[in-house]
Design a protein around this ligand. Structure first.
Ligand code: FES
Length: 356
């Protein structure tokens, strides 16, 4: 039995799965509908209404992120009336906050800014009024500027549904509505565990990474996908770097498992050791006990290691040698290390720090 549903989107027949939203059906065909509050891994709440479309015989415009397709639906995503409604929504959001891109860390990576540009809005028709909220700079990792918050609720849903930390929610009503931890506490005084998920999903500059401030504009950064080395889970991360220094760390959403784009506090904020001046980045050799370590070239260090291991093995046997690896290495690195000990040296004396 054919369980597909046929709908028409912008004059094109589209086959959709039952339960799919209009937005999902449109995107599956490459039809663009703008969104702001929609975040694919969380519940659709229809907060921003930017995704409105016309549905034939519907009483009003429909939020496409929330509305499931029904058989025979006729949908229009790009009529002049829809564009006018979207413009109005974006102008209202713009005018109700301090969206001053000159000083905003998110300039160039802001979804509100992108939609202002896409909808070709020169300036909002309404006077710009914001609350003059104090910035939350209470901690070393995340900055919150509620004057840039558009109340889309993505951070709340990411905190509650993805990370299940349940720190954030809406408080107050109407134009006094704001997002924050219980009792309007700063992050540092709340139950926040600083996973940074709220900053990763925020579409504007309301929640940003403190270490990234003034460290590089979004278009100056290089992105490199790698594996977090803090534990054995193997979380996929994107390192955003400038001049060989990490500016910020984002969970990689495209790769999928094991972390599906989420990170813990260490993976998110614990990478500055890489460029710490105290880090040993060159081999050091000490030939005798009591002697000071001396810097050496890598070739010299490897030759010294090989010569000493061979000499110890020859004199005392392979089981006189043991290897201690690290939980901070990747699975592949640990595999190579045990292979070297077992296959190369000939001993099973291999262990790692995570067992301590
Ligand atoms: Fe659909 Fe916000 S994206 S209502």
């Amino acid at each position: 039995m054919d369980t597909k549903i046929t709908v028409t989107i912008d004059g094109q027949e589209v086959s959709a799965d039952p339960g799919q939203t209009i937005l999902e059906a449109a995107r599956s065909q490459g039809i663009y509908i703008p969104t702001l509050c929609h975040y694919s891994k969380t519940t659709n709440v229809g907060a921003c209404r930017v995704c409105v479309v016309e549905v034939e015989n519907a009483r009003s415009y429909v939020a496409s992120c929330c509305a499931p397709v029904t058989p025979g639906m006729v949908i229009r995503t790009n009529t002049p009336a829809i564009r006018a409604a979207q413009k109005m929504i974006i102008e209202l959001l713009w005018s109700s906050g301090d969206h001053n891109c000159l000083t905003c860390e998110q300039n160039g990576a802001c979804e509100l800014q992108d939609l202002v540009y896409w909808l070709q809005i020169d300036k909002p028709r309404f006077p710009i009024e914001h609350h003059g909220y104090e910035m939350d700079n209470s901690n070393t990792m995340i900055t919150r500027d509620l004057n840039k918050c558009i109340l889309c609720g993505r951070c709340i849903r990411a905190c509650n549904e993805i990370q299940v930390n349940e720190v954030l929610d809406f408080a107050n009503r109407g134009s006094y509505a704001k997002v924050g931890p219980a009792f309007d506490a700063d992050y540092i005084d709340s139950s926040c565990v600083f996973c940074g998920e709220c900053a990763q999903v925020c579409p504007t500059g309301a929640i940003t990474f403190k270490q990234a401030k003034f460290a590089g504009r979004p278009w100056e950064l290089s992105k490199t996908r790698t594996t977090c080395a803090y534990c054995g889970v193997g979380c996929q991360i994107d390192l955003y770097t400038k001049d060989n220094k990490i500016v910020k760390v984002m969970g990689n959403r495209q790769y999928g498992p094991p972390n599906e784009g989420s990170l813990c506090v260490k993976g998110r904020f614990g990478m500055d050791f890489i460029s710490h001046p105290d880090r040993i980045s060159k081999p050091l050799i000490r030939h005798q006990k009591g002697e000071a370590f001396k810097e050496a070239a890598w070739d010299e260090a490897y030759a010294f290691i090989a010569q000493r291991l061979a000499a110890v093995k020859k004199e005392y046997g392979p089981d006189s040698i043991a290897g201690l690896s690290s939980a901070r290495c990747t699975n592949e690195e640990n595999y190579v290390f045990q292979k070297f000990l077992r296959g190369g040296i000939g001993t099973n004396n291999i262990d790692h720090c995570a067992r301590l």
